[in-house]
Design a protein around this ligand. Structure first.
Ligand SMILES: CN1c2c(nc(N)[nH]c2=O)NC[C@@H]1CNc1ccc(C(=O)N[C@@H](CCC(=O)N[C@@H](CCC(=O)N[C@@H](CCC(=O)O)C(=O)O)C(=O)O)C(=O)O)cc1
Ligand SMILES: N[C@@H](CCS)C(=O)O
Ligand SMILES: [Zn+2]
Length: 768
């Protein structure tokens, strides 16, 4: 072994030109065969492995690729596809995988010739504190595990045939069980699961795989004692199976789990050297000398160029303790950053010099190793000098600071986060103004982002459509959306967000202090990607951003049209953020910019304004001890944004994709007049928490899953609403989908909304 080996916990899978996205979507439209999809996937893997080898990494990582989601891959590998899908022998593994990810409509005829019952997709939720969503494994007391997929072994063979030294990555058994749902005693399944892991490890060893990385990010959480207690024995069993095991932790410090992680009977430990820098020396002390220590010293969660001098200084005592033998890596999988800066032709040159995407991070690893091994080499010196100059430029850049913004934050009145009246008074004034029926119906904001809309925007971007023609095209879409909503009989309308490429990027493009990329795509779920903007400087709002669109939409109808904004915490969370000031300060700056937008919408006569905060929960630090501090500033940022609204203006907020029950007091403290939440994939289970907490304001539990093409019927929706009524007083209930409809087509959207409005009418009749 070399003294310093290089690897990454995982690599982006979507492709430099989002080849996987395009292939998957063609496959779902039946334009691509199974074989063609698999060929695209294999070509991507080959390219990604070559990139790792060419950058000088000692191992390429196999097992990080997935056609939809890596947790879903494990569900198939471990043979625990939920029984509710009633899979038969006629479906191929790929068909079963697609059905688990996207659901099955009751009307679908399967290739076995019979019509199956409708099966909603697996639930999807946030991967720790990231904007990546995984498919949630479902367990029950009868769940059994079997080695049931050849995919991983085929991929290993593929990489070996290309001549690569392979390190396989798998989710560790404890993290896999932890991430699932349906059974409280998931730990009770461990004894059934471990033999299957044993079989996999033995197969990998027989194939000549030297290292298997088992990801156990739950070691960075506050784990219940039985879970902590299960690690040692589980890994003792797995360690007998064959290939050398590297347990990987990331996203958080290990804290009380540090000695446990170091003691595990495995060959190596990977730690997050960015979020847990302060633990590095401790880990180096505790980890027995014969074990490999892999240090994730390059940030896998952000896009700033690494401060190599600082990284080297942090590594120095560790290298000292480990006699120069460590592995260097990124803190976590590079899944969470864009592929490469190479295609960013329009980024400001100075700013571009401050950044490193996945490909550049591979080079940073190679440079760090060279800087340790041959510090005096002229090429190393030159590269370090160039990196230093870019960083020094960033630190000294006057562009980053805006004195007016700093002054506004510093002199913000203490009551800037207070609405002018308590909820009960506001509710009465708003009802007087809006005159809404019981169980008011609304949607979450976006309507289908059709090919026509995307083509018009692409033409506008390329300069083939001028601003006036683009505005006309988007207004036509807005008019269409308003017309359809009136026809459906919805009560509170939306303009449909046709003009927005994305709910965060759209604002990032208009706010000062933000940059946006041409190709900085990051997978969000399945084939869906986002292009997080980059916050590099103090944030301000040069001009109104949404007012003209909302005013246009409101002029088309007598019904209220919701102004639609993204909240400060979500803009912060779904952007790449500054690392040179606390997140709380950046959040307050964004809040002030969005507050100005709320004020302008209100001035323009918009009576209902929604401030989306789907990422509020996701931003929660992984460790409970840090929750209060985060929630304090995050809630205040929302309240500053909303605080300018008069009592008769109805403020909505919206949240999705997360468990909210642990932050209910803080959600209530947002004091939004109405909150709409995603609940349908969990069959309203999420709502129970709101009920027992006696959530004080109005609430719209999502009544159908917008991620699935399956159209619900009105009886199903009415049944969900009755479940909601059992825990929330009827007068507080709104009726809406789980989330925005931008990923759906118009036909299915109209059918689903028709069913939703019919269900609301049914409930009104029942209540009369
Ligand atoms: C609500 N969600 C969001 C999250 N994070 C965000 N930042 N934004 C979100 O909305 N996190 C949680 C969830 C995740 N859900 C989704 C849902 C849907 C998408 C999605 O649809 N993504 C699109 C990309 C959106 C976009 O930027 N569209 C651009 C078009 C970009 C494009 O593909 N251009 C083409 C050229 C097109 C042409 O020539 O016709 C190109 O550049 O090649 C736009 O509308 O202008 C997706 O397709 O994946 C994401 C997260
Ligand atoms: N208003 C947004 C919220 C998504 S979380 C939408 O409807 O797409
Ligand atoms: Zn949502």
């Amino acid at each position: 072994m070399k003294e310093i080996a290089l690897h990454v916990p995982g690599f982006p899978r979507i492709g430099a030109a989002r080849e996987l996205k395009h292939a998957l979507e063609r496959y779902w439209r039946d334009e691509l065969s199974d074989n063609e999809l698999e060929q695209t996937a294999a070509a991507l893997r080959a390219r990604h492995w070559a990139a790792q080898r060419d950058a000088g990494l000692d191992y390429v990582t196999v097992g990080d690729f997935a056609l939809y989601d890596h947790v879903a891959n494990h569900i198939q590998l471990l043979g625990c596809e939920p029984a509710r899908f009633s899979f038969g022998t006629a479906e191929t593994p790929l068909q079963r995988y697609s059905i688990m990810a996207r659901g099955r409509s009751g009307r679908d005829e399967c290739s076995c010739g019979s019509a199956h019952a409708a099966s909603p997709a697996l639930a999807m939720t946030k991967w720790f504190d990231t904007n990546y969503h995984y498919l949630v494994p479902e367990f029950d007391a009868d769940t059994l595990f079997n080695l049931s997929s050849e995919r991983l072994f085929d991929e290993v063979a593929e990489a070996q045939a290309l001549g690569h030294a392979v390190k396989v990555t798998l989710l560790g058994p404890l993290t896999f069980l932890w991430l699932g749902k349906g059974l409280d005693d998931r730990l009770g399944l461990l004894d059934r699961l471990l033999p299957v892991y044993g079989e996999i490890l033995a197969r990998l060893k027989a194939m000549g795989v030297a290292w298997v990385q088992l990801d156990e990010p739950i070691l960075g959480l506050d784990l219940p004692a039985p879970w902590r207690g299960a690690f040692e024995n589980a890994y003792w069993q797995l360690n007998q199976a064959g290939a050398a095991l590297l347990v990987a932790t990331y996203f958080a410090p290990l804290e009380e789990n540090l000695s446990l992680a170091c003691r595990l009977p495995v060959a190596g430990l990977h730690v997050d050297g960015v979020r847990a820098t302060h633990e590095l020396v401790n880990v180096a002390d505790w980890l027995p000398a014969h074990k490999v220590l892999s240090i994730g010293i390059v940030d896998g969660r952000n896009i700033w160029r690494t401060d190599l001098d600082l990284a080297l200084a942090r590594l120095a005592p560790v290298l000292d303790k480990r006699q120069g033998e460590v592995w260097l890596s990124t803190s976590c999988s590079l899944l969470h950053v864009p592929y490469s800066l190479a295609d960013e032709t329009q980024l400001d040159a100075e700013l571009k010099g401050w950044l490193a995407f996945a490909m550049e991070k591979l080079d940073e690893l190679a440079l760090l190793r060279a800087a340790i091994a041959t510090p005096q080499a002229p090429a190393v010196q030159a590269s370090l000098a160039q990196a230093r100059a870019a960083l020094a430029g960033r630190r000294a850049s006057p562009r980053v600071h805006n004195a007016a913004v700093a002054e506004r934050v510093a002199t913000l009145p203490a009551d800037a986060d207070q609405r002018p009246a308590p909820f009960a008074e506001r509710r009465a004034l708003q009802q007087q103004r809006l005159n809404l029926p019981a169980f008011p119906t609304t949607t979450i904001g976006s309507f289908p982002q059709t090919e026509t809309i995307r083509t018009a925007r692409a033409a506008y971007r390329r300069g083939e459509l001028d601003a006036a023609a683009y505005t006309t095209a988007m207004r036509a879409e807005i008019a269409h959306a308003i017309g359809q909503q009136e026809m459906l009989g919805l009560d509170v309308l939306v303009h449909g967000e046709a003009e927005r490429n994305d709910m965060v990027e759209y604002f990032g493009e208009q706010l000062a202090g933000f940059a946006f990329t041409q190709n900085g795509w990051v997978q969000s779920y399945g084939s869906r990607c986002v292009k997080p903007p980059i916050i590099w400087g103090d944030v301000s709002r040069p001009a109104p951003m949404t007012v003209a669109w909302s005013v246009y939409a409101q002029a088309l109808t007598d019904r209220p049209v919701k102004g639609m904004l993204t909240g400060p915490v979500t803009i912060l969370q779904w952007s790449f953020v500054r690392d040179d000031q606390p997140r709380s300060v950046t959040a307050t700056q964004i809040a002030l910019a969005m507050r100005d937008e709320v004020g302008d919408l209100e001035q323009a006569g918009i009576a209902v304004i929604q401030i989306d905060e789907p990422a509020l929960r996701e931003g929660l630090p992984l460790r409970r001890a840090r929750h209060a501090e985060y929630l304090d500033w995050a809630v205040r940022a929302f309240r500053i944004t909303a605080g300018t609204a008069g009592a008769a203006t109805q403020i909505h907020t919206h949240m999705c994709y997360a468990e909210f029950n642990d932050i209910l007091p803080q959600i209530a403290a947002l004091d939004a007049d109405v909150i709409t939440i995603e609940t349908s994939r969990s069959a309203m289970a999420l709502l129970d928490g709101f009920g027992s907490f006696r959530y004080p304001n109005d609430i719209g539990p999502g009544v159908y899953d917008i991620h699935s093409p399956r159209v619900p019927d009105s009886r199903e929706i009415a049944a969900l609403l009755r479940r909601a009524q059992a825990v929330i007083p009827s007068r507080q209930l709104w009726v809406n989908p789980d989330c925005g409809l931008k990923t759906r087509g118009w036909q299915e959207t109209l059918a689903a909304l028709r069913a939703m409005v019919a269900a609301a009418r049914q409930l009104r009749l029942e209540a009369a």
